[in-house]
Design a protein around this ligand. Structure first.
Ligand code: SF4
Length: 281
């Protein structure tokens, strides 16, 4: 494996995932990338952030992976779409980073959250890291769009204390237009998690004129409520913190002029989830 980690120009830890990071594995031979994905001994990370109170229960270390097959129009971290934009980091290195915070995470009822990008793009690495975290007694969460859920076996679920699942749009055609991919695999993962009684939080991004149709939200809410394992729904108001990334990456951004939703609109969306019997905020 090439020693790209030694050539880091930025620390692995970032102040926030909104730091722009590109081409950090550019020089890595394709064979090394493939062998990393196959063995899971090495993964590709945008960064670590610490002290998050918005990425799962308690206070969390968040591991931001690179690589995502989706192209959500509102994505605020498009630099994480490309795996080679991330640092190559061994499981041992990542686990050592995490170990530094173990005691604090336990005291603050927190844990580690693996987000992205889409973590299941490098599921073997992620599972090894989560198993290491469990071995340290740390609560584990993944935030996923669910599309690659069939990469996880039922036994793998045991290493994941909580799945934060993104449900973005119910209508199949609109979902594909919004994300570039079908909704079916995401729903299939949700149903499997429900059948195995695994805890789930739903994340829903509210974007004016894109995801704010209350009938569509109602269908998401009814599906989520029917699972019987959804502990809470987070309605995340769209924001423009990632707009500069689209510009710098030279990708056409359709939401250039979209404003964040009003507090009233966010409350209306929450009310739809609550009406279905879910806790939402
Ligand atoms: S699934 Fe997440 S990382 Fe991937 S494009 Fe959508 S918002 Fe961005």
């Amino acid at each position: 494996m090439a020693k790209n980690a030694a050539a880091r120009s930025k620390p692995l830890e970032a102040k926030s995932p909104f730091e722009m990071r590109v081409n950090l594995s550019k020089e890595l031979p394709e064979t090394d990338v493939q062998s990393a994905l196959e063995s899971g001994d090495m993964g590709f990370l945008h960064s670590f952030t610490t002290g998050s109170t918005v990425d799962g229960p308690g206070v969390r270390v968040v591991v931001w992976t690179t690589g995502c097959q989706w192209r959500c129009r509102y994505c605020h971290n498009p630099d994480t779409w490309t795996m080679r934009n991330g640092y190559p980091v061994s499981v041992a290195q990542a686990a050592e980073e995490l170990r530094k915070y173990t005691q604090g995470l336990k005291v603050m009822s927190g844990g580690v959250t693996v987000s992205g990008g889409e973590p299941l793009m490098q599921h073997r690495f992620v599972l090894k890291l989560l198993k290491a975290a469990k071995g340290m007694g740390v609560h584990t969460t993944i935030e996923t769009n669910g599309y690659l859920g069939d990469r996880l076996t039922d036994a793998d679920f045991e290493s994941i204390d909580l799945v934060m699942l993104g449900l973005k749009k119910w209508d199949a055609e609109s979902h594909k237009e919004l994300t570039g991919r079908e909704i079916g695999p995401t729903l299939a993962l949700a149903r499997r998690l429900a059948a195995r009684k695994r805890p789930v939080w739903i994340r829903f991004v509210l974007v004016p004129n894109l995801t704010d149709d209350l009938d569509d939200i109602k269908k998401i809410a009814e599906f989520a409520a029917g699972l019987g394992v959804v502990e809470r729904v987070e309605v995340l108001p769209f924001h423009q913190l990632g707009r500069f990334k689209w510009k710098e990456l030279g990708i056409k951004y359709h939401l250039e002029k979209t404003e964040p939703p009003s507090a009233e609109a966010a409350e209306k969306a929450c009310a739809v989830f609550r009406a279905a019997g879910l806790e939402a905020n």
